[in-house]
Design a protein around this ligand. Structure first.
Ligand code: ATP
Ligand code: MG
Length: 400
């Protein structure tokens, strides 16, 4: 006997009413895509349940991958047997024996198929007795068991499950349109991208760099961060925008206190252009209120004024420590703290205005026409696709 199925539970998805079918299809496709290396595995939806059919594969590596798929709230390995008492007993025994750390158990039966001759309560007693006589060291605890042996007698078959493995929750990526993630090499923006993806949103990324002031290693760092985000989605398209000339123009033409605000406004304008070109409806940033000078309410107001697109800021009310915790969980932290300069740190003004007035910023900006610089930056923007396939760290060498 062996586990032959994994039962997928999707919590929040169950609430989605009419859209539910579409969401479930997205989830099924995504699971299939992420498990494509296991040739024998199939994903199916039957009678309102989603199952992974293992067809001889081990459940452990499948769990490891599924733990990183948004939309799954929890999973259990399951055994499917015929609606037959002996087979059910054998399977329940196997399931209990697999729960290595459990000492107490409870059998929870559900008879969906009313033609099955044994009722739920009777099945609980019968299986409980069978498990106690055929194992050593286990006792029954109906209030707080270490493991529940769930037995579901359905129309065509009976499913036996035990331990619950928790997933990430959220919504399946792709069910919620796309956003353009403004990705620096810092700690915050990859976390913002991850949280947008958690709500079902697929991402494309935009990164501004300033060669030769920023190095190839800084660019590599950003691509490495994107690679970590692909774990939760599919291939991610990255727009690498050369920002040097525009930044130099800003620093020559704009009074020192406003350069940072103007620079951010230019980044927003270029991001909006890329959104239009790509049919993307929102921009996502890693801004968090009060963190640095550019992230005051006044600053956000002045920067946001250049676009009508929704700007999503998943981290806006989070503390740095909370953001760092997530970045460690998703393995971006160690990449983010690599010490390469980014374009913003190189062109940092001595005394940026922490409360820039929008009208004043617009006034100083109007003294110079930045449009040709924006157009040039867009024209020389390079696109790189980072695949979610497992590859060696050196994969980007050719691109740099
Ligand atoms: P992060 O850790 O994400 O770099 P930060 O705390 O350093 O954030 P800022 O430097 O003020 O904050 O940047 C705010 C946001 O602006 C970033 O989270 C990111 O979304 C965007 N951003 C900053 N620099 C760049 C860049 N070079 N390319 C693309 N987006 C950027
Ligand atoms: Mg930064």
């Amino acid at each position: 006997m062996k586990y032959d199925h994994i039962l997928i539970r999707y919590g929040e998805l169950a609430l989605k009413g009419r859209n539910k079918r579409v969401f479930l299809q997205q989830l099924q496709h995504h699971i299939q895509h992420k498990l494509r290396q296991f040739k024998r595995i199939k994903v199916s939806q039957t009678q309102g349940r989603m199952f992974i059919l293992l067809n001889g594969e081990n459940p452990e590596p499948v769990f490891d991958i599924c733990k990183q798929i948004f939309g799954i709230s929890s999973m259990s390995a399951a055994i499917k047997v015929e609606n037959n008492e002996d087979e059910i007993k054998q399977a329940a025994l196997y399931a209990l024996q697999q729960s290595k750390h459990a000492r107490t158990f409870k059998v929870v039966s559900r008879r969906v198929n009313k033609t099955f001759p044994v009722g739920s309560q009777a099945l609980n007693h019968m299986l409980g007795g069978h498990l106690l006589t055929h194992t050593e060291g286990f006792t029954v605890d109906v209030h707080d068991p270490d493991v529940k042996i769930n037995v579901e007698v359905r129309e065509k078959a009976t499913y036996i499950t035990s331990d619950v493995v928790y997933g990430l929750g959220g919504l399946p990526v792709g069910s919620g349109s796309r956003t353009l993630l403004m990705l620096s090499g810092g700690i915050d923006s990859p976390v913002a991208g991850y949280l947008a993806m958690k709500r079902g949103v697929a991402i494309e990324a935009i990164h501004f760099h300033s060669p030769p002031y920023t190095s190839d290693r800084a660019k590599q760092k950003v691509l490495d961060l994107v690679k970590k985000l692909t774990v939760y989605g599919k291939t991610i398209r990255v727009h690498l925008v050369p920002f040097t000339k525009l930044q130099q123009a800003i620093f020559e033409e704009i009074p020192d206190g406003y350069t940072m605000t103007v620079m951010r406004r230019m980044m927003m304008r270029i991001s909006e252009e890329i959104c239009i070109k790509r049919g993307i409806l929102s921009i996502t940033t890693g801004e968090s209120l009060g963190q640095v000078a550019s992230q005051t309410m006044e600053s956000m107001h002045a920067i946001n004024a250049v676009t009508n697109l929704p700007v999503i800021r998943p981290l806006v009310t989070m503390d740095k420590s909370e953001i760092i915790d997530i970045s460690e969980d998703i393995n971006t932290y160690d990449i983010s703290i690599r010490p390469y300069e980014d374009c913003c740190t190189i062109f940092t003004p001595k005394s940026p205005k922490t409360k820039p007035k929008k009208d004043r910023v617009e006034h100083v900006e109007h003294s110079f026409d930045f449009t040709p610089y924006i157009e040039e930056a867009l024209e020389h923007t390079e696109e790189v696709k980072v695949s979610d396939q497992h590859t060696e760290a050196s994969e980007f060498k050719d691109l740099l």
